[in-house]
Design a protein around this ligand. Structure first.
Ligand code: HEC
Ligand code: HEC
Length: 476
């Protein structure tokens, strides 16, 4: 009896403890990806979780396609890599599903090298013989268009107009990349007369399904509203890109806003054009005519294959090749892609974070890092409809007047959600489109052009206030 009494007492105490310690309802800004698109996990797997209301088995199948390594050959799982390719796995460039890592060299085998090469002429146009994303790898006996050992990535110091010094006397260092490719490293048939090279790195993948569900008219409204603001004089026109039905839609993905929908978006295309694995809606290779001719004319390639010139050319340029991936695989991949949740914000009630938040708003950062959107319809994944989300981006391009930006004079405002977990999830926390910023602080200091006023307000803060802003950025 006595024993039972104590047991009862213990149970009562437990219950009452529970009562008094009840977790207060979190503020809505903790739900970065809305009620259905947020996960409360901040471990190294935080970027890899599904949203709610998802087909779990399709999600896992899709995940395998993103994480797996494709191989050359036929008719085995993950085969079909090549004839030329950029990487053999998505994950190499998007380590831990985040963005890549700042690199001192260009090697497709370096895990975390999320860089794409950008080769352009003196008028700022991509050199067409390399296609949009130049390849540096080939399946035997084909030759890579560019030999990686001839690519050089150097980091130079940059001194800004303030001699890299805050008004309070503290100094900082800034670096930017200079990339060159030796002429001899380019296949002779593809060598342009003159060319410039830049590198552009990855962006996180999580939450892109939610961004897809933002209605296009809301983006157009945001663009119109910004055009009326005086500091946005240089705001470029909205870019348009084809959706999966061949219709023009406002671009919202990639640094250049070159993709408008997820179904015909950067991931859907990467699965094909990074690897050159064909599928029913892409029964041709991501290859240029110039490259196909160079290989067809190459006797070593023809002899190794035992094929005629026409056969080599037709294989490379054929429009109706056999599919190396099924549509079911692609559909599962898109369930996974669309269904990646955003990690919840952390520590928003911490007084320093709150101070940082207040300053972030006061400095006008939110003019471009628009804190919230409410998603519209989401036909592919209904659970993502009507969610209030906190990506901190306007999805528009701006000119930050950065020193040597490569082709990214106009760059989309990068979503800031989840990036505070970058180090935990990917092992790296570099920032900006070419990863020139090693810290949040450097990223802000690179803001010029349209963001000059905001940047100057940041410069004028005390050291304590600056670190409060960084604490806030880490929290969202
Ligand atoms: C060669 C490295 C590389 C590989 C491999 C790669 N990506 Fe990317 N990814 C990038 C780069 C670079 C960007 C930014 C591109 C730009 O702005 O033009 C990017 C952007 C994206 C974006 C756009 C995010 C946004 O917010 O706009 C998504 C989504 C994406 N990649 C998904 C994938 C998927 C899925 C795969 C595999 C099928 C993949 N990527 C493979 C380099 C890579
Ligand atoms: C005029 C628009 C604009 C304003 C104002 C602005 N930003 Fe940005 N921000 C951008 C753009 C565009 C990028 C992407 C630039 C790039 O990658 O080259 C960016 C990138 C960033 C990044 C790096 C994201 C990443 O991980 O790569 C951080 C951090 C950032 N901004 C913070 C701030 C803060 C803090 C403020 C206020 C002091 C601010 N921004 C004001 C447009 C703006």
């Amino acid at each position: 009896m006595k024993k039972n009494f104590f047991y009862l007492l213990a149970v009562l105490t437990l219950f009452s403890c529970n009562r008094t310690n009840e977790t207060p309802e979190l503020g809505e800004d903790y739900y970065t990806g809305g009620r259905n698109g947020t996960v409360f996990i901040n471990s190294s797997k935080a970027y890899e979780q599904p949203v709610s209301g998802i087909d779990g088995s399709a999600f896992l199948k899709g995940e395998q396609l993103f994480e797996g390594r494709f191989i050359t050959g036929d008719n085995t799982p993950f085969s079909g890599l090549g004839p030329v390719y950029i990487r053999s796995s998505c994950k190499d460039c998007h380590p831990g599903y985040g963005h890549g890592r700042r690199m001192d060299r260009y090697n497709a085998d370096d895990y975390g090298n999320g860089y794409l090469l950008v080769i352009y002429d003196d008028n700022g146009q991509l050199c067409p013989q390399f296609i949009g994303m130049p390849q540096t790898r080939a399946a035997y006996p084909f030759l890579p268009p560019i030999d990686e050992s001839g690519i050089h990535v150097e980091w130079h110091n940059y001194t800004d107009e303030f001699n890299n010094t805050y008004p309070d006397g503290e100094t900082y260092q800034l670096i930017y990349p200079a990339v060159t490719i030796d002429r001899e490293a380019i296949l002779p048939e593809l060598r342009p007369e003159s060319y410039n090279v830049a590198i552009e790195s990855t962006i996180g993948i999580y939450g892109t399904g939610l961004l897809d569900a933002i209605s296009q008219s809301d983006i157009i409204d945001e663009h119109e509203a910004q055009q009326k603001r005086s500091y946005c004089k240089g705001l470029p026109e909205l870019p348009y890109a084809l959706d999966e039905y061949g219709k023009e839609k406002v671009g919202r993905y990639t640094y250049g806003c070159t993709r408008s929908t997820l179904q015909n978006g950067p991931g859907a295309n990467a699965l094909w054009n990074i690897t050159n694995v064909t599928r029913p809606d892409r029964t041709y290779h991501y290859i240029t005519e110039a490259y196909a001719n160079a290989m067809a004319d190459n006797a070593d390639v023809r002899n190794a294959l035992g094929w005629s010139r026409d056969s080599v050319y037709n294989y490379l340029m054929g429009k109706d090749l056999r599919s190396e991936m099924t549509m079911k695989d692609f559909d599962d991949f898109m369930v996974w892609h669309r269904g990646l949740a955003v990690p919840a914000a952390r520590n928003l009630d911490d007084p320093t974070v709150q101070k940082g938040k207040e300053i972030f708003y006061q400095m006008g950062c939110t003019a471009c890092h628009k804190p919230t959107w409410t998603t519209g319809e989401s036909p592919y994944m209904p659970s993502l409809a009507n969610q209030k989300i906190w990506p901190y981006t306007d999805l528009l391009r701006h000119d930050l007047d950065m020193h040597e930006p490569g082709l990214r004079k106009y760059c989309r405002t990068t979503p800031l959600w989840g990036r505070g977990l970058s180090n935990i999830c990917t092992g790296y926390s570099d920032h900006l489109h070419d990863m020139r910023a090693r810290t949040y602080e450097e990223a802000i200091l690179w803001h010029g052009g349209e963001a000059k006023e905001s940047r100057n307000r940041f410069r004028n803060l005390t050291k304590e206030q600056r670190s409060a802003v960084v604490k806030f950025l880490e929290a969202i």
